[in-house]
Design a protein around this ligand. Structure first.
Ligand code: PLP
Length: 422
């Protein structure tokens, strides 16, 4: 028997979670033990509607896009472009041409660092990032700085895992060309105050790139309200397939930027020695794109809109409140990051004397899937003086009862490893 949720006041009321779980085939699989999936920050599960949309493409209109003068190619093109429009509406972009399809967040950020960066960053310029960045929003800027002689600067964090923004005035100078930062930390779950930082960056003439890999899936994101210049996210963390990501950009910037990868689809005309490139987004979508995956992402966006991002956010908030309350009575447990009201999605922790990989291994025996490691955020690990943490992350299909299973698993790990040490 698993413990009952300990606080009746925290009974979930914002979503019909049982109905939602029914939409996800993997969660309905018979297995012993039953799968408790708490790793959505790495990759979320996929609802039937997304699998069906991709299946329909392969079964009924599989063809390359933009070039075929025949029915199924025209249908594939229309559905691919329809997906782009859905994504533009989802993040409130003015025009669908501001949505560039990439493979993932990492590729979107590399595209900007290489293309915009090479055209705009010079020796002595400064690139401002934070210590809580995923490596995907750090390494592309490190390479750019090494190539150009620019300098990387860092917004530090408080012990609680919030950005130290009293430092911002000192860090943002007329040399700052771009601020590249995460909206939500993949380790701590911290939600950063993007609008304030964007306004301050623009006041010194800097551009702003937002890594929205952990925010677009979990809370309403409005690029016009944020006023960011670029925004990057991945399909596979928002109920969509792998192999598809998005770069949003302000149109004037996308128009000015040189292409990143070149080849088929990116051009208006090609001569022997030079070429004229197409307008965005085609300029940045070299070669045959991930057609089924873009269509699948369009279906995922329809699904998330139907459930409602406000409701998803509220649901995760309740899960986090419950998890913080329940887990904090385990002796020797450290939770990293801020209080639930300042975060979303994830809870990172360590149990005294037990390696996070061992914790994850014990939890796996009872079907609980969590992540353990540095979460591609080594500078953040260094800040907390740990080499790794265990991270449980939540999404629209998780329940309070699953958090009880996580709690039970942590107690089991504690028993096993305390016994071994005696
Ligand atoms: N940025 C953040 C905040 C992430 O959490 C992740 C993935 O975990 C990434 C970037 C990289 O995403 P992808 O592997 O889909 O490119």
């Amino acid at each position: 028997m698993h413990a009952q949720p300990m606080n009746d006041a925290l009974t979930l009321h914002t979503l019909d979670v049982e109905a939602i779980r029914n939409d996800f085939p993997i969660l309905k699989q018979e297995s012993d033990p039953r799968l408790i999936y708490l790793d959505s920050a790495a990759t979320s599960q996929t609802p039937d509607c997304v699998v069906n949309a991709m299946d329909e493409y392969y079964r009924t209109y599989n063809a390359n896009i933009h070039r075929g003068i025949y029915r199924i190619s025209e249908e594939a093109t229309a559905r691919y472009e329809e997906a782009r429009k859905k994504i533009a509406r989802f993040i409130n972009a003015r025009r669908s041409s501001q949505i560039v399809f990439t493979r993932n967040t990492t590729e979107s950020i590399n595209l900007v660092a290489y293309s915009w960066g090479s055209a705009n960053i010079r020796e002595g310029d400064e690139i401002l990032v934070t210590v809580m960045e995923h490596h995907s929003n750090l390494l592309p800027w490190q390479l750019l700085a090494q190539r150009t002689g620019a300098k990387l600067r860092f917004i530090e964090i408080t012990e609680e895992g919030l950005l130290q923004l009293d430092d911002l005035d000192r860090l943002l100078t007329e040399r700052t060309r771009i601020v590249a930062m995460t909206h939500v930390s993949n380790v701590l779950g911290t939600i950063n105050p993007i609008q304030d930082i964007t306004a301050a960056a623009h006041a010194v003439g800097a551009k702003v790139l937002i890594d929205a890999a952990q925010s677009v899936p979990h809370l309403p994101v409005d690029v016009q309200q944020m006023d960011c210049d670029f925004l990057a996210f991945s399909g596979h963390k928002m109920c969509g397939p792998t192999g598809i990501g998005v770069l949003y950009g302000k149109l004037d910037l996308l128009e000015e930027m040189p292409p990143f990868l070149v080849g088929g689809s990116t051009i208006r005309s090609v001569q022997r020695e030079h070429s004229i490139y197409a307008d965005p987004p085609a300029k940045f979508e070299a070669g045959t794109p991930s057609i089924a995956e873009a269509i699948g992402l369009g279906a995922a966006v329809d699904y998330l809109r139907k459930v409602g991002l406000e409701a998803i956010y509220a649901h995760e908030h309740e899960l986090l409140e419950y998890a913080h309350q329940k887990l904090s009575d385990i002796e020797g447990l450290t939770i990293y990051g801020p209080k639930p009201r300042q975060k979303t999605g994830a809870i990172s922790l360590n149990l005294d004397g037990i390696h996070p990989h061992d914790l994850a291994g014990v939890l796996d025996v009872s079907g609980v899937a969590i992540r353990a490691g540095h979460h591609c955020a080594q500078p953040l690990m260094q800040q907390y003086d740990v080499i790794a943490t265990a991270r449980a992350s939540f999404y629209l299909y998780n329940t309070l009862e699953e958090i009880d299973r996580l709690y039970d698993g942590l107690l089991t790990a504690k028993k096993i490893f305390t016994r071994r040490r005696r």
